[in-house]
Ligand binder design. Structure first.
Ligand SMILES: *Cc1c(COP(=O)(O)O)cnc(C)c1O
Length: 424
């Protein structure tokens, strides 16, 4: 009997994320990672220009993270986190609070970006209920994306992805991204309903899955200040923007207003393991302190603060804070800037935008801009054929590479994008 390929075995037993299994092409079997490259079973090398869904920041199979994780596995692989603690969880919380906005005082661990958002939302809803003033609505941006679990989905834009569940999602008021023209209208709108809003959740500076939409820090600052005066709690979802993506360690560093809560995941372990983290101010935390057991935050996951995952996050943080890495972030930012100037006049470039290490360009399609546009598949396959993993969001392609990517590798991607602009 002929041995079946990995792709065939996969197709017999696996259900992939965001994939129409009936029509999807066979998955590409990746057997090894090396720096910016993914290496397939047949030896093909791909530049991972999207950091494997935005998680990888130091390159694949990084030896330093591998070493630290192996050491932790031999020391303590896991321990229940209620009633117990362990060194890596405490050290990670201490080191993160040191570099986060200085109003952030507590760390709550979970497993991924969606759970980090769920925890933040539950903290906000229960903050108000613990104070005896329940508030049940949330304020969020149009085109937002905060995750796929129910609470996270509820605060995300309604779309084709949420359609089967729309009636089950709680009440959220969606507003436009702020700009010079609409800011005073947005402020008024918020004030009209402010007593209902428990929280305002936002992706600072860059909306990821919604199409890499970028907006200015000063207008977000304006909204945050306004929420503060109206008593609305603010949640910065830094799941995608955290850990250097926007050119600073956190997007919130571009702001003068500090959010009440923050959510992290994706880059936090350098992309090696799933970890979610929600941080909050003393004001939030203190609202749960009581002799009344009902005021407890009754939330937790089996693998809360898993020591191995925390050790990966600590190792990733060591690498991130090295001067070489910070220099790489600035270097990528500069390369993107030059490339943006180079192609912005191309007739197929509708818009090109950049925040830090994230570069996004919108293809001129003439008509529709839907995710289901065939252009998306053509571009995806074109770049794969050239050894580059780029995963367009409809007609928007973006580069969000690990920080170890070289200028030559970036130039190769830029050249192929220019070729695609002429071809499609
Ligand atoms: C990806 C993402 C999430 C969800 O994270 P998962 O780990 O995929 O659950 C939440 N918020 C933002 C801004 C994201 O980009």
């Amino acid at each position: 009997m002929a041995t079946r390929s990995l792709a065939e075995r996969d197709q017999a037993v696996i259900w992939h994320p965001y994939t129409q299994m009936q029509t999807a092409a066979a998955p590409i079997p990746i057997v090894r990672g090396d720096g910016v490259h993914l290496i397939a079973e047949d030896g093909t090398k791909y530049i991972d220009a999207v950091s494997s869904w935005w998680v990888n920041i130091h390159g694949h199979a990084h030896p330093y993270i591998a070493e630290k994780v192996a050491e932790q596995l031999r020391t303590l692989e896991h321990v229940i986190f209620a009633g117990f603690t362990h060194p890596t969880a405490v050290e990670l919380a201490e080191r993160l609070l040191d570099i986060l906005p200085d109003n952030q005082k507590r760390v709550f661990y979970s497993d991924n970006g969606s759970t980090a958002v769920e925890v933040a939302l539950k903290m906000c809803f229960q903050y108000w209920s613990n104070k005896g003033q329940p508030r049940t609505k949330v304020l969020a941006f149009h085109n937002s994306y905060h995750g796929d679990t129910f609470g996270a989905m509820a605060v995300s834009a309604r779309s084709a992805f949420t359609k089967p569940f729309d009636q089950l999602l709680f009440d959220v008021e969606f507003i436009d991204l702020p700009n010079a023209d609409n800011i005073s209208r947005l402020r008024e709108h918020i004030s009209t309903f402010s007593f209902q809003f428990s929280a305002f959740i936002f992706e600072p500076l860059v909306q990821g899955a919604g199409g890499m939409n970028m907006y200015e820090a000063k207008y977000l600052d304006d909204l945050l200040a306004h929420c503060k005066t109206e008593g609305i709690l603010t949640i910065a979802d830094e799941v995608m923007t955290g850990f250097g993506r926007t050119g600073r360690l956190f997007a919130s560093e571009h702001l003068t207003e500090q959010p009440d809560l923050m959510c992290f995941s994706k880059g936090i372990t350098g992309g090696t393991m799933a970890l979610g983290l929600t941080t909050c101010t003393a004001k939030i935390y203190d609202a749960f302190l009581s002799d009344d057991k009902l005021k407890t935050l009754f939330h937790g996951h089996s693998f809360t603060a898993n020591p191995v995952t925390c050790s990966a996050a600590l190792a990733s943080l060591d690498l991130l804070l090295m001067p070489e890495t910070l220099a790489n972030i600035s270097r990528i930012e500069e390369q993107h800037k030059q490339f943006a100037a180079r192609v912005s006049a191309h007739r197929k470039v509708r818009t090109i935008r950049q925040t830090g290490t994230i570069l996004a360009m919108e293809w001129e399609t003439g008509d529709s801009t839907s995710y289901f546009n065939t252009l998306r598949d053509q571009l995806y396959n074109f770049f794969l054929g050239e050894g580059i993993l780029l995963r367009p969001l409809g007609n928007i392609i973006y580069i969000m590479a690990p920080y170890c990517i070289t200028n030559d590798e970036l130039e190769y991607i830029y050249k192929k994008i220019e070729q695609a602009l002429d071809q499609f």
